[in-house]
Design a protein around this ligand. Structure first.
Ligand SMILES: [Zn+2]
Length: 624
């Protein structure tokens, strides 16, 4: 199915438009920045909160204005509904109908954004919960109408479609949208089969829903996730082992059930890819971004054949921490202790300006606006949701949610989310609505490029060797977590799908064995696989969002390549890439910015960078 039609299946995800969060990646690895841990260090009394909270006034003057607009939206939907069965009758019908749809899409984007932002600041308020429920109803009706219209576009003959697209007005504004719907025409079944599949949607979610129930309700541990994140980084090994057992044992105790669930997820993917005439589950999932399987397979091949530098880093960890062997619970202790404990938000802003200076004044102006026109809700407060994200609104500026914790990790979250925000800002300024939403694939490049520029700048300006070593270790952990670990996850996902596709049984023994083999391959001889670490696969929620994690790895390689190019040749190509928004498919957009993911170059460049950093860190630590 086309990307647009598939969205019916992922309603909740798309309801609030582009919604990108850094927490995402760290929920798949164990080095989460515990956002709220250092709140007590915020000099709260001196903070003028009115400067550091969102300005929602530009979106809606108040809740009543929002309510009025929602009523108007519900009424205006009738106008679009009239186009069902007529949209593709003529060029004029198509152009006028799409014009109405575009206006409604923009309106829905604003309505959803306001409700979400309000709710996220007032998570226990029924008033805002009702607001989001109210919009869900409108959204559901709207999706019903638009999916019928999209079906008409899909069923149009090639001859008629080409005729319509030869009209410049249609092609410029709606070309990408229409082509994207029709791209997967061959995977659409007949209407009756589509109805059956759509009626099965509640069964589809079963493996993922049951897994969530296990994690959120049945998995009982003595410590909270935030306590685990802290304890696993403690210099006292006994504390780490205790936290590790606490976290891993519930998975181990239920490992056969969890294997059954993951196997259910894989079988569901195989069923859908086969009825929709894809060669494999991998092909089906990659198709939504128009990505060839060669990109996925090439990533795994190149990274897994080049793990020497990662092995070297694990050996260095063993040496510095004076360990017999490195176990899973030794992987997250900082190899160099933190230099700057408290980073005030004012100081963080200065660090952001300095790190992003190579992107030029125009980019700096966007960052200035973000800081001074209240795009960011900075501090944690009662009833505000945890984590961090950026939310885009087409006819407004984007909004960033933080729970700034006055640490260097908080600065990297800030600069990451500002990368998303600036991309959205430039994209909506330069593209019409349907070309303005970049996919997550390129979005993560924009955010991680900023992070890489931060690490480069911190390393360059370190005032002593201890500081330099600390920043290098941050950069190394970033590449370890995003490139190596996520590629290892991607390899696991590829294996389990291929095994099931060739009728091999997936059970706890098979999954544990594969995981153990991968840990050994990626982490090397100084890493010891203890029996409990073999159930690590069962802790990764992203395996229920199939073939997704590889995007973090490709994002990391693209970001390292972009940052090197910006520092060497200036920001022009990169800024043009940001301005292109979602006007083309991700690989084409990246290629126009000198990042060719069809080649292995960006991956090799990142591995070389990692190697260079490990050697530099080793030298600095030897000098001490
Ligand atoms: Zn992100």
């Amino acid at each position: 199915m086309g990307r647009k039609l598939l969205k019916l299946l992922i309603v909740s995800l798309l309801l609030f438009g582009i919604y990108t969060t850094k927490q995402d990646i760290y929920s798949t690895c164990s080095t989460a920045f515990a956002q709220n841990e250092k709140d007590e260090e915020n000099p709260k009394k001196e903070i003028d909160y009115s400067k550091y909270c969102w300005n929602l006034y530009t979106l809606y003057k108040n809740d009543d204005a929002w309510m009025k607009d929602l009523k108007k939206f519900n009424k205006d939907m009738n106008e679009l509904e009239n186009y069902i069965g007529k949209l593709t009758k003529s060029k004029t019908h198509l152009y006028l109908g799409m014009g109405i749809k575009e206006k409604l899409d923009i309106k829905l984007n604003s309505l959803s954004a306001y409700a979400k932002l309000k709710k996220d600041l007032n998570k226990s308020s029924y008033e805002y919960l009702n607001m989001t429920e109210g919009i869900k109803k409108s959204y559901s009706r709207y999706m019903n109408i638009t999916s019928q219209l999209e079906l008409e576009i899909l069923k149009l003959s090639d001859k008629d479609c080409n005729k319509y697209l030869s009209d410049k007005k249609i092609n410029n504004k709606y070309g990408m949208y229409i082509k994207d719907i029709r791209r997967n025409k061959k995977h659409y079944l007949d209407d009756k089969s589509e109805t059956i599949l759509s009626n099965m949607s509640s069964i589809n979610g079963l493996p993922s829903n049951v897994y969530d129930l296990f994690r959120n309700m049945d998995k009982k541990t003595d410590i909270t996730p935030a306590e685990y994140e802290n304890a696993i980084q403690d210099y006292n090994r006994e504390k780490r082992v205790e936290a590790y057992k606490n976290e891993f044992l519930p998975y181990n105790d239920n490992i056969n059930t969890l294997a059954g669930l993951l196997s259910g997820q894989v079988n569901k993917n195989i069923f859908y890819s086969s009825v929709r005439n894809y060669d494999s589950s991998l092909q089906m999932y990659l198709d939504s971004d128009n990505i060839d399987e060669k990109v996925y397979k090439g990533l795994i091949k190149t990274v897994s054949n080049n793990t020497d530098s990662l092995h070297k880093y694990i050996s260095l960890r063993k040496k510095v921490l004076n360990l017999d062997k490195v176990y899973y619970y030794d992987m997250f202790v900082p190899i160099v202790s933190e230099c700057e404990e408290v980073v005030s938000y004012d100081k963080a802003q200065g660090m952001v300006y300095s790190a992003l200076a190579p992107l030029g004044d125009a980019y700096g102006d966007i960052i200035y606006k973000a800081f001074n026109e209240r795009w960011i809700d900075v501090y944690s407060k009662e009833n505000k949701v945890s984590g961090g994200y950026c939310l885009s609104v087409y006819d407004n500026h984007p909004y960033v949610l933080l729970n700034y914790n006055s640490s260097i990790g908080g600065v990297s979250t800030l600069i990451h989310e500002l990368g998303h925000a600036s991309y959205e800002y430039l994209s909506t300024k330069n593209q019409n609505f349907y070309n303005s939403s970049p996919s997550i694939f390129t979005h993560e490049v924009a955010s991680t490029t900023n992070e890489v520029l931060l690490y480069e700048n911190l390393i360059k300006n370190a005032t002593n060797n201890k500081e330099k070593a600390y920043y290098i270790s941050m950069y190394l952990d970033f590449i370890k977590n995003t490139l190596y670990t996520q590629t290892m996850y991607a390899e696991f996902e590829d294996y389990i799908h291929e095994a099931a596709e060739s009728n091999k049984q997936l059970n706890a023994l098979v999954l544990n064995d594969k995981w153990s083999m991968l840990l050994k391959k990626y982490y090397g001889d100084d890493f010891e696989v203890d029996p409990l670490s073999m159930v690590g696969w069962a802790r990764i929620p992203h395996f229920y969002n199939s073939f997704y994690v590889y995007k973090y790895a490709t994002g990391c390689c693209s970001a390292v390549t972009c940052a090197q190019d910006i520092l060497k040749n200036g920001p022009d190509d990169y800024l043009n890439f940001l301005k292109k928004g979602g006007s083309d498919y991700p690989l084409n957009l990246l290629k126009s910015n000198n990042v060719d993911l069809n080649s292995q170059k960006p991956i090799k460049k990142t591995i070389d960078k990692f190697d260079e950093l490990v050697n530099e860190l080793e030298k600095l630590l030897d000098e001490k």
